[in-house]
Ligand binder design. Structure first.
Ligand code: SF4
Length: 255
């Protein structure tokens, strides 16, 4: 089974996103190989080829290239709600992420003051002071949290060796107006049943983020053991988080 193709450019879209409306994507990572600090079992792309926290600068787009491409895209007459760092892997592992975010923030304020800046991140770099500084410039930093215990975290997200969940949670505590995104899956590995589900909820209560977006896989995944969580079950979980745990959660799925 093969995943979807990688983005072939620095700027792509606008695409209509379930969570962000009309969103113009910014991809900071290589277009030929998937570069990420995770290899999530549900990833819509193929398996991670460059599995790293430190991608080789030679293979990456430079801040100047990103900023000139974004500026040209913002000069085109099209409507958008968000400009979103996302793309072919984890944006925050780009070594010049802070410089790029500062530049993009300025361009957005200049050309589209009504639009917002978003980030879809897997949270692995959240303990880095530079990444924390960059996140503070972003209106909607959506930070991934799929597990509340390290065993489930390792099984679902398959991080590079040096990453552990307790460090990520510690970093997430430092983010003001934290927004969490969680992919819920069932099957051989599950975060919607048993102790794994209880641990995930416990960490959410501890973090008390501004919002929690939950969703499941929509496409066939590389891993045949991954089972999609149904929309009624997602709604049930969102209701439990909101009504019983006093959190603000929303469930998303494709009709
Ligand atoms: S963090 Fe995102 S891009 Fe990286 S493996 Fe997981 S789902 Fe794929």
């Amino acid at each position: 089974m093969s995943g979807i193709s990688l983005q072939s450019k620095i700027v792509y879209g606008p695409i209509f996103s379930r969570r962000l409306g009309r969103s113009l994507g910014i991809n900071l990572l290589p277009t030929k190989i998937k570069t990420c600090s995770f290899d999530c079992v549900y990833c819509q792309y193929n398996i991670t080829t460059d599995w790293t926290l430190l991608p080789d600068r030679e293979c990456l787009t430079t801040p100047d290239e990103v900023l000139s491409t974004v500026e040209k895209a913002l000069q085109k007459p099209r409507s958008m709600d968000f400009l979103t760092f996302s793309g072919n892997g984890e944006p925050t592992i780009h070594p010049d992420f802070l410089e790029i975010v500062k530049g993009v923030r300025e361009l957005l304020d200049q050309y589209r003051p009504d639009a917002n800046l978003a980030l879809l991140s897997n949270s692995t770099m959240v303990t880095s002071p530079e990444v924390q500084e960059a996140i503070r410039l972003i209106d909607a930093p959506m930070m991934k949290l799929d597990a509340g215990d390290d065993i489930t975290f390792q099984a679902i997200n398959q991080p590079v060796e040096e990453i552990h969940l307790d460090e990520i949670v510690m970093g997430l505590r430092e983010i003001p107006h934290l927004m969490i995104q969680s992919v819920l899956i069932d099957g051989k590995v599950s975060n919607v049943r048993g102790e794994a589900y209880q641990a995930w909820k416990k960490v959410l209560v501890d973090l008390h983020p501004q919002t929690i977006h939950i969703y499941s896989t929509e496409r066939p995944t590389m891993c045949a053991d991954v089972v999609r969580v149904s929309p009624p079950r997602l709604s049930e979980i969102a209701a439990e988080l909101t009504e019983k745990l006093n959190l603000k959660a929303q469930a998303f799925w494709r009709e």
